[in-house]
Design a protein around this ligand. Structure first.
Ligand code: PLP
Length: 450
């Protein structure tokens, strides 16, 4: 089918998520056709370096034959069998056992889902079920943060701290409290160090707990490094300062590893990069390198045991998606983790991450650039109208969108995020030469922006 014909069908029939639906009718889609390694190709055969790993997810890159084979074999053998009522399928059992080797929560059990969003909804339900089970039903509220991104289903969208994900949706968000975003570049006082900023955020946390009452707050959810909210690493000392406060007040830490998990920040998980000791973890995206939709929640023994006991009152633990533990998705995720181990992908990604961060220092001096930040193979470049005052560009200038479009012209995919930042997050299997190519194309793209 020609590009024009596909474009017309798209305009007639597709409802695009996270898209400006007014302008889409004028511009139409950019349609990808195939991918190989870190490159993708559009319907005109143009090649692009996938500097965003799709949506932070294609960790092993495109066209990996081992993952294709894992899916094909599983579909042929046994395409579907639910985990309901104590039934199981072999790939989901083996994937849970494999995750137990990776995840730094001793004795965790794994509840599977299909997306990061439904997994974060499950987190809220699990935490509430747990506190109900142990006789603390008033512990309901969840702390989140401005700029957080936790998904789009009702509970996960309420946890998300970005206004556009709330506006017009009438979310049930009364039980979510958003703390100040740990965004040093934007929210620090003039001259305030990262440590001092973290102290201030810890004080805010104490004040919120005192105001609400520790007995009403169940958990705090945090991405180790915020992704979609602007690629915001925690300021120095942040988790060291807030975790003792959470512990003192019996507030559980939910670690959202949907972006950071599986090598993105130089370690297996972001919680290891920033020394977090979470109660639970949410994983998705790189868990299957996006070859199949799958997510997982790691549930620690103390929660599992209380939940198991309480589920006896109801007769069952009444939460589960039809496709939770889908055997094809689980088989692909299992092979994905095995390949990461066999090929030393974690160590490779950490090396490429150092090269990327060093290379990106080249854009720091660009006149449009106010901040370059990130960790290992994830980075953000924030644009400002005034480098001294950090003054933003007027919103109508859509500077990040124009920068992303200019990079696309150079054959590089980056993503414009809210708040005038573009994100870079390439597949973990990117080579040295491809990291250099990414940086070169980014510099040329920024030079095109007027
Ligand atoms: N949590 C984080 C940190 C994410 O970045 C995302 C998606 O980007 C989600 C949760 C939601 O995942 P999904 O889009 O698979 O529902």
């Amino acid at each position: 089918m020609t590009t024009d014909a596909l474009g017309q069908l798209d305009l007639d029939h597709l409802f695009h998520p996270s898209t400006d639906l007014r302008t889409h009718g004028r511009t139409g889609p950019l349609v990808w056709q195939r991918g190989e390694g870190v490159y993708v190709y559009d319907t005109e055969g143009r090649q692009y370096l996938e500097g965003m790993a799709g949506l932070w997810c294609t960790a092993l890159g495109y066209g990996e034959p081992e993952l294709v084979e894992a899916a094909r074999k599983q579909m042929e053998t046994f395409c579907y069998g639910p985990l309901f009522a104590g039934k199981a399928n072999e790939p989901s059992i083996r994937l849970a056992a494999k995750l137990a080797e990776w995840v730094p929560i001793d004795g965790a059990r794994f509840l599977f889902g299909c997306s990061g969003s439904d997994a974060n909804d499950a987190q809220v339900k699990l935490i509430r079920y747990y506190f109900n089970a142990i006789g603390k039903p008033q512990k309901k509220k969840i702390l989140s943060r401005g700029n957080a991104y936790h998904g789009v289903t009702l509970a996960s969208a309420a946890l998300t701290g970005l206004p556009s994900f709330h506006k017009h949706f009438d979310l049930p968000g009364d039980d979510v409290i958003h703390l100040t975003s740990p965004y040093h570049y934007r929210h620090a006082e003039p001259g305030e160090s990262e440590e001092a900023f973290s102290d201030r955020l810890a004080e805010e946390l104490r004040a919120v707990i005192a105001r609400e009452g520790a007995d009403t707050i169940a958990a705090m959810i945090a991405e180790p490094l915020m992704g979609a909210g602007g690629v915001i690493p925690p300021p120095k000392g942040y988790f060291d300062k807030i975790q003792p406060i959470l512990r003192e007040n019996g507030i559980l830490l939910i670690d959202d590893e949907v972006v950071c998990g599986f090598g993105r920040t130089g370690n297996d998980f972001g919680c290891q990069t920033w020394d977090m000791q979470p109660a639970t973890m949410t994983m998705a995206k790189a868990l299957s390198s996006a070859y199949q939709p799958i997510s997982a929640v790691a549930v620690p023994p103390f929660m599992y045991e209380a939940i198991a006991e309480a589920s006896g009152d109801v007769g069952l633990f009444a939460h589960g998606l039809t496709y939770a533990g889908h055997p094809v998705a689980a088989a692909v995720a299992l092979r994905n983790l095995e390949l990461m181990e066999e090929r030393g992908v974690m160590a490779h990604a950490a090396n490429m991450g150092e090269r990327l961060q060093a290379g990106l220092q080249r854009v720091r001096e660009h006149p449009l650039v106010g901040d370059v930040r990130g960790e290992s193979l994830i980075a953000g470049v924030e644009f400002v109208a005034d480098r001294d005052t950090h003054e933003r560009f007027p919103a109508e200038e859509k500077i990040a969108f124009r920068a992303a479009a200019a990079c696309l012209e150079e054959g590089l995919i980056v993503r414009a995020l809210p708040g005038d930042t573009i994100a870079v997050c390439p597949p973990l299997v990117i080579s040295e030469a491809q990291v250099d190519e990414l940086v070169e194309k980014l510099v040329r793209g920024l030079d095109r922006v007027e």
